[in-house]
Every structure is written in structure tokens, then in C-alpha cells.
Design a binder for this molecule. Structure first.
Ligand code: UT7
Length: 327
């Protein structure tokens, strides 16, 4: 069996900043409420001409450069997103074209905020099985296009961005992706969903009028399940692999809510100094949040060779998952 290793990371954050004070002018909210309940101060918004594949392209180029390979060296492209360029074709195919990565396989994965970990698991499996050697795994979201800017319960949370990694085959058994755990519970699909625009409720005058093409979330219920579920997930991940919390160099959580992240770290028994946090600047970017945070951690020198790091996420589906990596 082979093992897979992340050999390059990259990210792209759109230029336009929307602060909590900007949101105070749009909906009945306050900077204080948003900071205290979520930890978010500002988020980014893609330019009108930017779609998910454009953000993905910039993040991917940075990841390829960091890995020291060209797009033509890739065997597969995976994009995790819930806000792709269009329903058909996949954003991965559009990205493949933009990268000029001719004829290699490309497909999207929809597991909402857990999408990047799901995609990483697919890529890791292909590499372990010896099918592919070099895979580009991207999380890219332009959530601002599916956000209801009149709904204060969701619009203060979300942001746009993209992150990417190059995953490569390695013969070194002691390094790379050690374990990935994936879970889902479809019985709670309606906690976090976009009602219209799919085959159940195609676009019509009524769906547009009733604002049904935007994300709807039952935040407080989602919050409670997330805290409970992630506490078990992260402790199980370490225990199953015989790793003690003090051996974990960095936790890179999905950036949904500072209170969820703090509760997860507390349960693990690690301080916030060993947790990668950037949601104050970017908000919740769904499938993009982990690869963006990972790229920032790498570029800031927070991860060293041989370090154990853990990625974890929880989101719509419901879906949740973790990845234990030895860098
Ligand atoms: O990304 C993956 C999945 N998503 C998550 O993990 C997000 C999970 N949920 C959360 O992060 C939190 O539930 C929220 C940040 C969304 C909300 O925080 P909360 O502490 O659960 O608040 P709540 O929904 O219970 O609302 C408390 C109050 C309500 O008012 P009343 O009923 O107490 O009068 C809301 O109407 O806060 C009100 N509220 C707001 N007030 C000011 C809700 N949104 C806002 C707002 N500004 N933006």
C-alpha cells in the first residue's frame, strides 16, 4: 500500500471585505452580537465576475507552485463546493479546462462544510490503491451568491474563498494521511439547506419571490449537534490511532463558530494556541475553510515536518469528518 502526502497548499481570498459594521446597515444586527456569538469580524465577497472556478483556479495555481509541479502532471481534480459555477457541468471540469489539464478526470463533491475532508478521503483512497499518483483537491465557495442578505441569522456567518492542496503518492509509511473518518446523517438534511433550484423545486417566479434559492439554517439546533458530534469525533480520531492530545501540534477546524471550535479544543484538552483560527477574518466559507486555514498555517510556519495535525468539520447533510495527518 502507498501513503498519500500533501506536497503543496494554496489559497485565494477575494479582495472585497464586508465588515460587521457594513452588515449593521443591511440587517438588524450589531458588531457586538456577531463577535460574541460567532467570533467573526469580517468576511470576503467575490467580485461580480468571479465564480467558484475562478477562486479555485487561483488557489490551485498557488498549490501547484508550492508542490513544484505543473497542471499537466496531475491525474485527477476534485472540487468540494456547494456554490459551483452552475448545476451542470461540474466546477472541477471548468477548473480542469482553465488549468489546461487535458483529459484528466475531474468531478465535484458535495458534502457542504465537510466537503474538503470528504474530497481528501476520495483522493487518499485513489492514491493508496495505486490508481493515481498526483491529485488536486480544492474547496471553493462563493456563498455570497446563495446567501439571503435580508436574513440576519445566516448572512452574518458566511464568506467567499478557496483553498487547494496537491496530494501525492509516497512510499514513506511514517508520514502523510494517517486516518480519515467520514460520517453523515441525512435524517437532519433540513437543518441546513437551499430549498429551491434542484429537481424537487425547480426555479419559478414563486421560488424567486419567496427567496427559496438561498441557504436556510436552523442555527441553534445545528450548533448543539455540532458541539456534541465534534467532541466525540476528535477524541475517537486520536484514540483510534494511539495519539495523545499533547502530541497534536495543530488542530485545523472548519471555521463555523468560535464557540464550537473552543468547545472542541477544550474536549481534546488542548489550548487555543494549538488551534488554527481565521474565522474572524473570513467567516464560514464552507468547503473552503479548512484548505484556506491549512494554507495559512503552512505559510506562517505553524506546521513542521513530522508534526501531527488534525482537520475536522461539521456541516449540512448533516455531514462530519476528521483527518489525522503526519506532516
Ligand atoms: O458550517 C456548518 C454548520 N453551521 C454551524 O455550525 C453553525 C451553527 N450555529 C451557530 O453558529 C449559532 O447557532 C448561530 C451563530 C447561528 C446563532 O447563535 P445562537 O447562540 O445559537 O443564537 P440563536 O439562534 O439561539 O439566537 C439568539 C437570539 C435570537 O433572538 P431571541 O429569540 O432570543 O429574541 C435571534 O433572533 O439572537 C437573535 N439573532 C440575532 N441578533 C442579532 C439571530 N441572528 C442575529 C443577528 N444579530 N445576526
Amino acid at each position: 500500500m502507498y501513503r498519500s502526502r500533501i506536497t503543496g497548499t494554496g489559497s485565494y481570498i477575494p479582495e472585497k471585505i464586508i465588515t460587521n459594521f457594513d452588515l449593521e446597515k443591511m440587517v438588524e444586527t450589531s458588531d457586538e452580537w456577531i463577535r460574541e456569538r460567532t467570533g467573526i469580524r469580517e468576511r470576503r465577497m467575490a467580485a461580480p465576475e468571479e465564480a467558484a472556478s475562478d477562486l479555485a483556479l487561483k488557489a490551485s495555481k498557488a498549490a501547484l507552485k508550492a508542490a513544484g509541479i505543473k497542471a499537466k502532471d496531475l491525474d485527477l481534480i476534485l472540487v468540494a463546493t456547494v456554490s459551483g459555477d452552475m448545476i451542470l457541468p461540474s466546477t472541477a471540469c471548468i477548473l480542469q479546462h482553465k488549468l489546461k489539464a487535458k483529459h484528466i478526470a475531474a468531478f465535484d463533491i458535495n458534502a457542504a462544510c465537510s466537503g474538503f475532508i470528504y474530497a481528501l478521503s476520495v483522493a487518499d483512497s485513489y492514491i493508496r490503491a495505486g490508481i493515481y499518483q498526483r491529485i488536486l483537491v480544492v474547496g471553493s465557495e462563493v456563498l455570497s451568491r446563495i446567501t439571503d442578505w435580508q436574513d440576519r441569522t445566516t448572512c452574518v456567518l458566511l464568506g467567499d474563498g478557496a483553498g487547494a492542496v496537491v496530494l501525492e503518492r509516497s512510499n514513506d509509511d511514517s508520514r502523510g494521511i494517517i486516518d480519515i473518518k467520514l460520517h453523515a446523517d441525512g435524517s437532519m438534511w433540513d437543518l441546513l439547506h437551499v430549498p429551491a433550484g434542484g429537481s424537487r423545486m425547480p426555479a419559478s417566479e414563486k421560488t424567486v419571490k419567496e427567496r427559496m434559492h438561498y441557504i436556510r439554517m436552523r442555527g441553534n439546533e445545528t450548533f448543539k449537534i455540532a458541539v456534541r458530534t465534534l467532541a466525540k469525533l476528535v477524541t475517537d480520531t486520536l484514540k483510534d490511532n494511539g495519539i495523545e492530545p499533547e502530541e497534536l501540534a495543530l488542530l485545523i477546524p472548519h471555521q463555523a463558530n468560535h464557540r464550537i471550535i473552543a468547545a472542541t479544543a477544550k474536549r481534546l484538552g488542548i489550548g487555543l494556541d494549538r488551534v488554527m483560527l481565521n474565522l474572524d477574518r473570513y467567516g464560514n466559507t464552507s468547503a473552503a475553510s479548512i484548505p484556506i486555514a491549512l494554507d495559512e498555517a503552512v505559510r506562517k510556519g505553524r506546521i513542521k515536518d513530522g508534526d501531527y495535525i488534525m482537520l475536522e468539520a461539521f456541516g449540512g447533510g448533516l455531514t462530519w469528518g476528521s483527518a489525522l495527518i503526519r506532516w
